[in-house]
Design a protein around this ligand. Structure first.
Ligand code: TYD
Length: 140
């Protein structure tokens, strides 16, 4: 598995500004998240047997943060694969373009927040794994 400086698994640290009243995490585009944030979405209410994702993006950059509960993010860049547990509101997983991603094993309380650098665009999706490998091979 790669470290935080590059490669497939890249974390962004989101320190808590909490005190005795509770936790508070602030996220600023271009600071803790290394891109302009143009879209925010979140998933919740997925059962433990549900799997989601099964796509890559051609160019979209995202940071996924499990703000409650946990889930597994499976990443695959065609060379390396990694199963990453997302279970902390203090760490986001940075996922760049041309990474196949699947989400598995959502806890009942999971809320998965995603920050993205582009608006929703179905043309940026690659929803077939075979096509994903073809696009990767064409680039190399
Ligand atoms: P989908 O891509 O199937 O979710 P997942 O990647 O978790 O499997 O998205 C579900 C629906 O929501 C689909 O109809 C597309 C739509 N959608 C938007 O309209 N905007 C968005 O930003 C996202 C992420 C999805």
């Amino acid at each position: 598995m790669s470290d935080a400086t590059g490669g497939l698994v890249r974390w962004v640290e989101l320190p808590s500004l909490g005190d005795e009243r509770g936790e508070l995490v602030a996220i600023e585009a271009g600071k803790s998240v290394p891109f302009p944030i143009r879209r925010v979405y979140y998933m919740y209410g997925s059962g433990v047997s549900v799997s989601r994702g099964y796509h890559a993006h051609r160019a979209l950059q995202q940071v996924a943060i499990c703000v409650a509960g946990s889930c597994i993010m499976r990443l695959d860049d065609g060379r390396e694969k990694a199963d990453v547990i997302l279970d902390s509101p203090h760490r986001g997983l940075l996922i760049g373009g041309m990474v196949w991603r699947e989400m598995h094993e959502f806890s009942p309380d999971c809320v998965l927040l995603v920050l993205a650098d582009q608006h929703y665009d179905e043309l940026d999706y690659i929803r077939s794994y075979d096509e994903f490998l073809e696009v990767l091979n064409a680039k190399n």
